[in-house]
Design a binder for this molecule. Structure first.
Ligand code: SAH
Length: 230
């Protein structure tokens, strides 16, 4: 089985590459892809660069060029739900694009014709994540993740996204990866560890906690991989 593990930034996949130690690097479409065998499975790992466009390109490449049959995303996010604190884990049960707006034509936010406001994630992998959390003695919240090409550092914008999409966390890649995987029929799992609260302190908080939160997420993702290949 070929498993893709992706992040958006180098910090998000660094702990995974470090754990693997040995991997083959291939340059493709102005990005680097890292391949390794792991417990009898083939892994292909990449960070896409930030945002919906780059993450779309990378997710598509992982599936169409490298032949990934399942995709796991590991990274950090801003919290909307007050229940979520720095370092806490959230797994997306569905994702939406908060900056997709053709409401002038009477459509809801996040919707374009022949698309959908929400893309559902794979329920089997979500169930598996609950087992992994239990085994690790951690808790992982299941919730809605909203994605857009904006670093949100504004309470008003954050609350609007929370109210409009019932979202618990926000970031910049999840929903675009979800659209790709859904279209190409590849089960996907999107996990984020909180780096900030998307408020006026978000930039500072992000810089402070990026590394530690990215590591939390990456460790959990590798336990998911262990369970998938088991
Ligand atoms: N500091 C970086 C930019 C980070 S952008 C630089 O200068 O290069 C934020 C990244 O973390 C995105 O990949 C996004 O998915 C996630 N993220 C974390 N907190 C976020 C927030 N408050 N708003 C949007 N994305 C956030």
């Amino acid at each position: 089985m070929k498993i893709a593990v992706m992040g958006a930034m180098p910090e998000e996949i660094a702990p995974i590459l470090e754990k693997l130690g040995v991997y083959k690097t291939t340059e493709y479409a102005k990005n680097k892809y890292y391949e390794a065998s792991y417990m009898g499975a083939d892994l292909v790992i990449a960070y896409s660069k930030i945002g919906k466009v780059f993450s779309t390109l990378t997710a598509t490449t992982l599936i169409e060029h490298f032949g990934a049959e399942i995709l796991l995303f590991s990274g950090v996010a801003g919290a909307i739900s007050p229940e979520l604190r720095i370092g806490d884990l959230i797994v997306a049960n569905k994702l939406s694009q908060h900056d997709l707006d053709i409401t002038a034509f009477g459509h809801p936010f996040g919707y374009v014709p022949e698309g959908a406001v929400y893309i559902n994630a794979d329920s089997k992998m979500i169930a598996m994540s609950k087992e992994v959390a239990k085994e690790m003695g951690k808790s992982v919240k299941e919730g809605i993740i909203a994605t857009g090409d904006q670093f949100v550092a504004n309470e008003q914008r954050k609350n609007w996204i929370g109210d409009t999409f019932e979202a618990d966390a926000l970031e910049m890649e999840g929903a675009s990866v979800a659209v790709v995987c859904d279209a190409l029929n590849v089960p996907f799992f999107i996990l984020r560890a909180i780096s900030d609260a998307a408020d006026m302190d978000a930039g500072f908080s992000f810089d402070t906690f990026l590394q530690s939160s990215a590591k939390e997420s990456a460790e959990f993702i590798m336990k998911m991989v262990d369970k998938i290949v088991d």
